[in-house]
Design a protein. Structure first.
Length: 271
């Protein structure tokens, strides 16, 4: 008898960061200290609820940006995680209503009662709303539709060209910035094997010398997992002191047009 194929974990659980920067672990480690063994007290349960709300609100804001995601495959991972959030939130809302029953069984609150009066009826109303909202959220997720949508996104061809490593990032960025940028190559071959962790941390040792509109030259490079600008002058022509800057980009292989936009914005703000 043929055994059924094992159920594959959802895409969001299987996802691995391509550059080994460990950002997901950094963001989730605090949560896992609670979710790993399971919450032991109300404070931890409330902390999980608030963290989830902040994450969901932050994501909704982030997705408004033009460069929030680069590829359909990134959209697939995001959708997979969001579907899981909706289903989990629905289950949690229903269980929250059950917490009221437990409190009532301990004799610590009035027993929720739809046919009752006063506090009993009010509590029943709240419990009904929690249960209905939970069922609606949980019922909004159809497993077949969810799998199909995520699969479509994951298999949609992406026709853009993203850098394969920091070496290609520097080359593509220099090309987009034009005459204001001078690529200082590291001397390595683009095919030299560099681990994702090493590439994330220090890149390939390439640099770009960027000349701003005042003629000031900036050294653009990667070190300690960060993109840096360092001025090759102490002050602007007007005498204002210059200091180094960090780029608000953590990716080692960002979309070249996105990176060029951030570089221009950073230089404009620096003078």
């Amino acid at each position: 008898m043929t055994q059924p194929a094992p159920q594959q974990e959802p895409l969001w659980r299987r996802y691995e960061e391509p550059d080994d920067r460990g950002l997901i672990d950094d963001v989730c480690d605090g949560l896992r200290l609670i979710t790993g063994p399971g919450p032991d007290d109300p404070g931890q349960a409330i902390a999980l609820a608030i963290a989830g709300a902040e994450a969901a609100e932050g994501l909704a804001t982030a997705l408004e940006g033009e460069w929030a995601l680069y590829t359909p495959q990134q959209a697939a991972v995001t959708a997979s995680a969001l579907f899981a959030q909706i289903a989990a939130a629905g289950a949690a809302l229903e269980k929250l209503g059950g917490c009221l029953d437990v409190m009532a069984e301990r004799g610590e609150i009035t027993v929720p009662d739809y046919d009752g009066t006063g506090e009993a009826k009010r509590l029943c109303t709240a419990q009904s709303v929690l249960g209905a909202a939970g069922q609606e959220a949980f019922g909004a997720i159809d497993a077949a539709d969810y799998d199909e949508a995520v699969d479509i996104l994951a298999t949609t061809p992406y026709t853009g060209t993203l850098p394969a490593n920091t070496h290609e990032t520097f080359a593509q960025l220099a090309g987009l910035l034009g005459d204001s940028a001078k690529l200082i190559p590291c001397g390595h071959s683009p095919t030299d094997l560099v681990s994702p962790a090493q590439d994330y941390e220090d890149g390939c040792d390439c640099r770009i010398e960027l000349t701003d509109r005042d003629g000031i030259v900036w050294d653009y490079f990667r070190s300690d997992g960060t993109w840096y600008f360092m001025p090759l002058a102490d002050a602007t022509p007007s005498g204002r002191p210059l200091t180094g800057r960090e780029l608000s980009m953590t990716e080692t292989r960002p979309h070249p047009q996105h990176l060029a936009l951030l570089v221009r914005q950073t230089l404009a703000a620096a003078i």
